[in-house]
Design a protein around this ligand. Structure first.
Ligand SMILES: [Zn+2]
Length: 304
């Protein structure tokens, strides 16, 4: 019974992943999410519902259009599968073990956290591709995070409201300081709204970890991406110079006074850290610091 339910939960998440693929492609272009329906980008043939089953259709058709045989990259299927796994992980953490007394509030918490995770997935891939975070996604996420915390009995609403407000204020201050220091927009307001959304869902206590982990992981990823470019001579999607960015978007005047510098989208790393807190707990930073000091001082590890 539970196994059947988990299979359904995975499929449910994968269906959302399929919808997110549409969001990621269409929202930055200002296109409608519902019309027209999905069609092959090569031959324009509308995709039938039975060829649009998340994950399965990709595997059955081996990533090819049924009409013209044009190949699709695996990224659509991977996003569907990732959303299925995330829906299942949240379901296991919030709803299981099944209990008739708590089933409804646990289910509501599950839906609430899913909106957070799906928002993060959409923002991550839009920021990677287009170097911006759409307000249409980040601002509703702030609202859903804070109102949800007031409606869900298990959540401490003030911690979530402070999380959103504290994150926004901190990022605005940081953005102001970096503007004074570099005379250019080093941190976008999109990142501030995203961190506010993350604070709304995980609470203010988790913000130090989100800031710390996102910065460390961004540094590591940027280093790896640059090394890749240096070794292979090919450009990478993560680090672009402002000239490459201008050529990419055809916006020559956006950064003209700033001189050349490397641009890295920060949203994906904020999103990743937010996801880590959600899955592993809001005291992650202190557990890391504790484990590290114990390791350095040769003390035995604590048993939880
Ligand atoms: Zn086709």
């Amino acid at each position: 019974m539970t196994l059947l339910l988990q299979a359904w939960v995975f499929f449910w998440g994968a269906v959302w992943g399929s919808f997110l693929n549409v969001v990621i492609y269409r929202v930055p272009l200002g296109l409608s999410l519902v019309r027209p329906g999905s069609r092959c980008s090569t031959c324009g043939t509308p995709i039938r519902w039975y060829d649009n089953v998340p994950v399965l259709s990709y595997l059955i058709l081996r990533g090819r259009c049924r009409a013209c045989g044009a190949g699709y990259g695996p990224q659509y299927m991977l996003i569907e599968a990732a959303c299925g796994v995330l829906a299942l992980a949240l379901f296991n953490a919030t709803v299981l073990p099944l209990d008739p007394d708590t089933f409804v509030p646990a289910g509501v918490t599950w839906l609430w956290l899913q909106s957070f995770v799906y928002g993060l997935v959409a923002i991550t891939f839009i920021d990677l591709r287009h170097f911006y975070i759409p307000d249409e996604i980040s601002l509703p996420l702030v609202a859903i995070g804070v109102t949800g915390a007031f409606l869900i009995p298990a959540a401490d609403p003030l911690a979530h409201a402070f999380g959103a407000a504290g994150a926004a204020l901190f990022m605005l201050a940081l953005s102001g300081i970096s503007w004074l220091a570099f005379r250019r927009e080093a941190l976008g307001l999109g990142d501030a709204k995203l961190l506010a959304a993350i604070g709304a869902f995980v609470g203010w206590k988790a913000l130090p970890f989100v800031l710390f982990a996102s910065a460390v992981q961004a540094l590591i990823a940027t280093g790896v991406a640059r090394l890749y470019t240096r070794l292979t001579g090919r450009s990478n999607a993560l680090t672009l110079t402002t000239e490459e960015l201008d050529a990419h978007f055809g916006e020559a005047d956006r950064f003209t006074d700033a001189g050349s510098h490397t641009v890295v989208p920060y949203g994906p790393f904020l999103a990743l850290a937010g996801l880590e807190v959600l899955l592993f707990g809001d005291d992650l930073l202190w557990r890391l610091v504790d484990a590290l000091t114990r390791l350095l001082m040769g003390l035995p590890a604590t048993t939880p």
